[in-house]
Design a protein around this ligand. Structure first.
Ligand code: EAX
Length: 328
């Protein structure tokens, strides 16, 4: 039997080591992505879909490590992190966005959108797509419009049936100048704060109420600290999938397309979950003990906002507001 000329016998470990040394370099980049609400939510299903699609479509070259419930910071901190490159991606509402891309604040005007179909068509159409082009100049790549939903009022004090019922309530708002200016017309005392602080603030009575879509109210279990819900639907809250522009620039053309396609799949899952939440949440929240005012006369709330609308018309151009309002 021919004696092995190798100075030593290759065991299994040695074979594995040898293979790893000759196998083509298989670089894998892991990116971090953060959201402000729980994984079991309209945002959680979106970023989990995004992560799965990115890994599949880049054949493992890129992985997305997801963090939930503000684990890596609240929304404003996440947007700052993506801008600075300390965070690679986030899915965020447009709440804090006016601090970064002021022009997008037009979308936060109350009662701007008729319904979900109107909002989705506008954002997916030329008006929304044009707005996405304003982000790269601020160090942010907006991969797609996602969705938070139509916002409703909750509070621990009383049922909200007409605008005057809001007078004197200390209401948490997002850190959004359009919302704050508008809600003051209702006579509320606005208290802007990050969403990650809201449950505790409501529990301790620091604020009387807050406003959020049904998807957020259910995901954050706000029924545990809020008695009253009124389906005011006073604002449509868009969301965005944002990526650090430095990370984006490193992608090949093919991988850029893979990230964009993954974002599209994420938005499909996001919107489908919201549609499902909107079908089920009122009955679920009522069963959990919330008192819910369903038939709110929205025209009364819209009429109370007239002074703010006059200012918004000057600030954004009434023709730009009407272009969105009338979009079909
Ligand atoms: O984006 O801050 C808010 O009220 C948002 O709706 C929440 O963080 C989900």
């Amino acid at each position: 039997m021919r004696k092995s000329r190798l100075p030593f016998t290759l065991g299994a470990a040695g074979v594995a080591l040898a293979v790893s040394l000759v196998a083509p370099a298989f670089a894998q980049t892991t990116m971090k992505m953060n959201i402000s609400v729980a994984q079991n939510s309209h945002y959680g299903v979106a970023i989990d879909t995004f992560a799965r699609e990115v890994e599949a479509r880049t054949v493992g070259r890129y992985k997305v490590q997801n963090f939930y419930a503000g684990a890596l910071g609240a929304e404003r901190e996440s947007i700052e992190g993506v801008q600075l490159g300390t965070l690679d991606l986030t899915l965020t509402s447009t709440g804090p966005i006016p601090n970064f891309v002021p022009e997008v604040a037009i979308l936060d005007i109350p009662f701007l959108f008729r319904d979900y179909a109107h909002a989705r068509a506008t954002l997916d159409g030329p008006i929304g797509q044009e707005m996405l082009q304003k982000f790269p100049a601020k160090g942010l790549v907006a991969l797609a419009w996602a969705e938070n939903g139509f916002r409703h009022m909750t509070n621990s004090k009383r049922q909200i049936i007409v605008p005057d019922d809001l007078k004197g309530l200390k209401m948490r708002t997002m850190e959004n100048p359009i919302h704050i200016q508008a809600y003051k017309q209702f006579g509320i005392l606005p208290t802007p704060m990050a969403f990650t602080e809201v449950f505790t603030a409501l529990q301790q009575g620091t604020v009387d109420g807050q406003e959020n879509p049904l998807s957020v109210i259910t995901a954050a279990k706000l029924d545990q600290v809020q008695k009253n819900l009124s389906l005011t639907g006073h604002v449509y809250s868009p969301a965005l999938i944002l990526m650090n522009n430095g990370q984006w620039d490193k992608l090949s053309a093919g991988d850029k397309q893979a990230f964009l396609d993954a974002a599209k799949e994420a938005v499909k899952a996001n919107r489908a979950r919201i549609d499902d939440d909107e079908r089920r949440a009122v009955a679920d929240l009522r069963a959990k003990g919330m008192t819910i005012v369903e038939n709110v006369d929205k025209s009364k709330f819209q009429a109370a906002l007239a002074p703010a609308y006059a200012d918004f018309g000057k600030r954004f151009g009434q023709e730009n507001i009407d272009r969105i309002r009338n979009y079909r």
